[in-house]
Design a protein around this ligand. Sequence first.
Ligand code: SF4
Length: 278
Amino acid sequence: MPRGLIPRQPAKSGRADRVRQAGVQLKKRTVAASPAKSLRLPPASKPTAPRKAYDPLAPQRTRQILHRLDGRYPQATCALHHKSAWELLVATILSAQCTDVRVNMVTPDLFRKYPTPRHFAALQPQGLEPEIRSTGFFRNKSKSLIAAAKKVLTDFGGQVPGEMENLLTLPGVARKTANVVLGTWFHKPEGVVVDTHVYRVCRRLELTKNSDSQKIEQDLMRAIPREKWIEFAHQIIWHGRQLCTARSPKCAQCPLENLCHAADKTWSTVPIHPSAKP
Ligand code: SF4
């Protein structure tokens, strides 16, 4: 028999056989431990992008709010009747803690009797009080109007100034009044009017979390583009009167409904945010 055909004899020590058996066992154990075969995992799903956190001040949300306000209140403007900067200033001072409707009932007679700052400056507070009594806080308002008229005469040549820093020197004039006069009469966007409606609606819309009107104004000046400051305030004031009223807002008719998460909504298609309070 040729030499290469002789069957191989096992080693006397048995060492080669043990190695061979161990190799088989190892191979089997490796296959059995494969997770794909033993656990039958489902195929890996495609990775999804992480959800962005809700940002009430996101530019696209603010743009939507402005766009819908434009659609609902395209002609919004100041509701106080006036024919001059002085009349607007007087009407705005009178409108503190009072409705524009009430002020508009008082001012026609008032301006007929006292048409200019000079006429107001010549009055005694007690003489003006009966004319403006129905607007409330009439003693303080009377003093402020007469003092403002005197300052307009002495410091500004009888003309209501058109600058924020000068307007703020007039008695009875704070930023809200100055913003009304600058925006409505002078068409100067120096700030955002924050009255009771702007306060309530902008907190419901989460455009601010502040409760101080100066901080609210700063928040709105950051959130709203400057060219919309004047119009935005008028629109929000109209919205606050017509739909987003202090009690029982008419959410079912509101064009901002699905952008609004206010805690006191009367109807909602979106989650409510307890922090969005009026
Ligand atoms: S949904 Fe309701 S609470 Fe929100 S802005 Fe509109 S009226 Fe106001």
